[in-house]
Ligand binder design. Structure first.
Ligand SMILES: [Zn+2]
Length: 303
């Protein structure tokens, strides 16, 4: 059986919030099957915010969640790490509103989860298998999901900057490929934007220790971890934002120039378009044909 999983034991780390600059402690705690991923604010009487699209709030530079006036921010890198190594159920305790930024990538969270270990539970895992295309576009920004036998991501970005005019990558997301190829990719920002962010009380914890900073002609950091670290980080963000649908997705995600606002709007749309997917267990996910007959798909593409 392809079973749901949680962490084997409680584990903690300390870091700073990217935007607040405040020190924050994060703990991962085991949770039962069908619990999902829930954030718990220990500084607010243990009030919880489940990591689902229903609780989306305040999407600007990072992805935030809120419920009953309790909020958590910058959840996407942690969510990407959890779902990519198969942690379906976990309590994420925070003593501050922001998940710590660590080094700006998901690698420290992978390390943390590996230290705790992963434990199988007794209930089967459900997958959200895409059977018809779902797409949205906003100007030149686009995002779509197509039927596929695996979870794959194709991402392309283009900026008016000599170092990242155009980058594109396709990757099949497995635990191994995510850990090796995507998790270490750091968030990035432009030096010209940093001053504006600071004036707005954002990125107060930001530094070359937790973000790639692009100057006019190059990066201010010593070195990149990958030549195309930027587009890899966008894949990381998309995987984390897509986790808010609440099930691992089986389909091919294709995004062009998207960001948190479009990723999360899309995650909501997926759940609304219930004719375009089926909830299946692991065995069915492999057996169900990835593509529907053309006549079924054509009317959807026409509008
Ligand atoms: Zn990010």
């Amino acid at each position: 059986m392809d079973a749901q999983q949680t962490v084997r034991r409680q584990i903690s780390c300390v870091g700073i919030g990217l935007h607040s600059g405040n020190k924050v402690q994060l703990s991962l705690k085991p949770a039962p099957a069908d619990f999902g991923i829930r954030f718990r604010r220990t500084d607010l009487g243990n009030l919880e915010v489940p990591a689902t699209v229903k609780n989306l709030a305040g999407i600007q530079l990072a992805t935030g969640l809120a419920r009953n006036e309790v909020s958590v921010e910058t959840v996407e890198h942690l969510l990407a790490a959890l779902v990519s190594v198969g942690v379906d159920n976990v309590i994420v305790e925070l003593n501050s509103p922001e998940v710590p930024i660590m080094d700006g990538s998901a690698a420290p969270f992978i390390y943390l989860i590996n230290e705790a270990g992963v434990k199988r539970l007794t209930k089967p895992r459900k997958y959200l298998k895409i059977v018809r295309p779902i797409a949205i576009s906003r100007g030149d920004k686009r995002i779509a999901l197509y039927p596929s036998d695996h979870f794959k991501v194709t991402y392309s970005i283009s900026y008016d900057h000599p170092l990242l005019r155009h980058q594109s990558r396709t990757i099949r997301i497995t635990e191994d490929s995510f850990v090796e190829e995507i998790a270490p990719a750091r968030t990035f920002t432009f030096l010209k934007d940093v001053e504006m962010l600071r004036q707005n009380g954002l990125a107060l914890g930001g530094s070359l220790e937790n973000a790639i900073v692009l100057g006019e002609t190059g990066v201010l950091n010593n070195a990149l971890r990958f030549e195309d670290e930027f587009v890899r980080h966008k894949i990381l963000d998309a995987v984390g934002d897509l986790a808010l649908v609440g099930y691992p997705v089986v389909g091919h995600l294709v995004a062009h120039r998207a960001g948190h606002a479009l990723h999360t709007e899309f995650a909501s749309k997926i759940l609304e378009e219930s004719h375009a997917w089926r909830l299946v267990d692991g065995v069915e996910a492999a057996a169900l044909p990835a593509t529907m007959p053309v006549k079924d798909v054509a009317p959807r593409l026409a509008n």
